[in-house]
Design a protein around this ligand. Structure first.
Ligand SMILES: C[S@@+](CC[C@H](N)C(=O)[O-])C[C@H]1O[C@@H](n2cnc3c(N)ncnc32)[C@H](O)[C@@H]1O
Ligand code: SF4
Ligand code: SF4
Length: 356
């Protein structure tokens, strides 16, 4: 791994809470029951200030608020956390991903002022009034646009990211026009890699199927489906891992304040695996491998930022050495997300990005 002096970007999950239940999000099962392995945690402002010390804020260029299980705007102290970053290092860049549906418009105006000059807030708006909440369940399309408008009119920079499905594909150009009218700085269309080649059922809290969602008709990403799994052995032998965060000099800190290289590794202990899933045995293997990795690092205590600083964790000789061993051995999470193979890779999700 790279030394602390090269660290560029920190991604943080300041809460694992969210008011929404998007059906492909790991916090719930197909939009219905809550993931039984989910651990609800929030950072306090004190946690944030301790972790984002003067030393860390002086070293890094970017803080990205995102995560795997929660929405950053649900954390009560987000405004103060951003103000802390701005006060500590005004040259920091802030990026934040949100469903945008919580908080009054006044909050969004104050938020724009608390952020450093270099910021970009990504609103996930997957359609228009009649389709958006088929995927963003529990969010309100009109409220999101009101919030975005308040934020933008107070000087905030926002982008609209539209995940394209069969049910909203006819609305892309209309959404792009709206993004320009509202003053979003860019409009991005993404494919979702989270299908397995079959319709994806959306269920209610009692697991009754409500409807299916499908990829768009011109989908370009390759899904891990039954056919691809037939060639798994050969794929696994050939794949080479090219670690994304090693190249970009990033780290990830989850809602429990444990530090990992990336969100893919971090989410492993909390994911729910459905025995009926065609990928069940692979997902179980990935979780087992997570605990082997954790053991090789010295357990949760060694990556716990309640008792250690980011610099101390990076400078641990185990942190420096063990990741390369796991990339060479090709643990599944790394092979899947950073392998040089035909399997879907996150970068292939973006199919259109325009300044508006
Ligand atoms: C778990 S969310 C956390 C941040 C925030 N709650 C949000 O939704 O933007 C992490 C990322 O997953 C993305 N995401 C959610 N559902 C997705 C899907 N079906 N396919 C691809 N990405 C998805 C979100 O847009 C977001 O960028
Ligand atoms: S808004 Fe984000 S965190 Fe919340 S359910 Fe949707 S994808 Fe998950
Ligand atoms: S999945 Fe593995 S290889 Fe990819 S960024 Fe994370 S640690 Fe690096």
């Amino acid at each position: 791994m790279f030394p602390f002096a090269e660290l560029n970007l920190v991604e943080v999950e300041i809460t694992s809470r969210c008011q929404a239940s998007c059906p492909m999000c790991a916090r719930n099962i197909h939009g219905g029951p809550v993931n039984p392995n989910l651990k609800l945690s929030d950072w306090t402002l004190e946690d944030f200030k301790r972790i984002f010390s003067q030393e860390l804020c002086a070293q890094i260029k970017t803080v990205r608020f995102c995560g795997s299980f929660g929405d950053p705007i649900i954390n009560q102290d987000l405004l103060e956390m951003c103000q802390h970053l701005t006060d500590t290092n005004p040259n920091l860049a802030v990026r934040l991903h949100t469903n945008g549906s919580a908080r009054p418009t006044e909050w969004w105006q104050t938020f724009a002022q608390a952020l450093p000059k270099d910021h970009l807030i990504t609103f996930g708006i997957d359609g228009l009034a009649d389709t958006h909440s088929l995927h963003r369940i529990g969010t309100d399309y009109n409220k999101i646009l009101e919030n975005a408008q308040a934020f933008i009119s107070a000087g905030g920079k926002a982008e609209w990211v539209f995940i394209k499905f069969q049910h909203n594909e006819h609305q892309v150009s209309q959404a792009q026009k709206l993004a320009a009218q509202y003053g979003f700085v860019s409009f991005t269309v993404k494919n979702s890699i989270r299908f397995n080649g079959e319709p994806y059922p959306v269920v209610d809290k009692n697991s009754n199927i409500l409807y299916n969602i499908n990829p768009p008709s011109d989908n370009v990403v390759k899904f891990v489906d039954r056919d691809l799994l037939k060639g798994f052995k050969q794929w696994f032998e050939e794949v080479k891992v090219d670690c994304h965060v090693l190249k970009n000099k990033e780290i990830y800190i989850d809602a429990n304040q444990h530090m990992y290289p990336c969100c893919w590794i971090a989410s492993a202990p909390y994911l729910y695996h459905d025995p009926a899933d065609i990928l069940y045995s692979y997902k179980q293997r990935a979780t087992e491998e997570f605990y082997q990795v954790l053991d090789s690092l010295g357990g949760f205590d060694s990556i716990d930022l309640k008792t250690r600083s980011v610099k101390e964790v990076i400078e641990m000789s185990l942190w420096q050495s063990v990741w390369q061993t796991h990339w060479n051995n090709k643990i599944l999470v790394c092979a899947k997300n950073c392998g040089n193979s035909e399997l879907t890779k996150p970068k292939e999700q973006v199919i259109l990005k325009v300044d508006v």
